[in-house]
Write a protein that binds this ligand. Structure first.
Ligand SMILES: CC(C)(COP(=O)(O)OP(=O)(O)OC[C@H]1O[C@@H](n2cnc3c(N)ncnc32)[C@H](O)[C@@H]1OP(=O)(O)O)[C@@H](O)C(=O)NCCC(=O)NCCS
Length: 167
């Protein structure tokens, strides 16, 4: 089991015991599979903990092809916990792990183009917008295709000023 320590949050390898609370906190339309988050995902999945309580979910996926090697991040924080810096702390903590421990030079993240809170959160970590991916993701409840914003961050752009150095 991996535990990644952030400024306030802890990212802990997803455990089956966390699933009921994560399913309660999961936003509508987020990974709608019936067996989420235990479906055969190739992502590395973590529970976000604050003071020992489950407050959200974050995952990374890696493209291992030598020519294109990079990693991507997805996250949600439960609505009662929004706006307290938890998302920023969690994304930064996972990005630090991907850069420092796994040697990635580039991380991507792709919020909906109208998701201002997510875009603000990711900018605070060091991500910058690359461009709009038109009709990129589908809302499976309405069938509507929504634009996504591709954001990326190079290792040297990651703000590690609030992160403890690793030994
Ligand atoms: C995106 C998300 C993870 C952010 O988590 P969080 O813990 O609320 O994030 P933080 O508190 O660290 O930062 C949010 C920032 O957005 C700002 N913000 C909130 N609502 C906003 C809005 N409507 N417009 C602009 N900025 C907004 C906050 O003020 C804060 O910035 P500040 O610290 O400069 O004041 C969370 O909103 C979430 O889980 N949303 C639902 C799922 C989702 O959209 N996931 C992203 C998929 S890519």
């Amino acid at each position: 089991m991996t535990e990644l320590q952030g400024e306030r949050v802890t990212l802990r390898t997803l455990d089956v015991a966390d699933v009921p609370r994560l399913r309660e906190l999961r936003p509508r339309g987020w990974a709608s599979e019936a067996d989420w988050p235990l479906e055969g995902s190739r992502s590395t999945r973590y529970t976000i903990l604050l003071d020992g309580s489950v407050v959200g979910f974050i995952q990374s996926h890696e493209n291992p092809e030598p020519e294109y090697r990079h990693a991507g991040i997805d996250i949600f924080v439960g609505t009662p916990y929004h706006g307290q810096g938890i998302g920023t702390d969690a994304v930064r903590t996972l990005a630090v792990h991907l850069v420092r421990d796994l040697g990635h030079h580039r991380i991507v993240i792709d919020p909906r183009a109208d998701n201002a809170a997510a875009i603000r959160c990711y900018r605070k970590v060091g991500f910058t917008p690359v461009g709009v991916m038109r009709r990129y993701e589908r809302n499976l409840e309405t069938g509507e295709w929504n634009d996504g914003l591709l954001m990326d961050m190079l290792a040297e752009e990651l703000d590690t000023s609030r992160t403890a150095p690793r030994g």
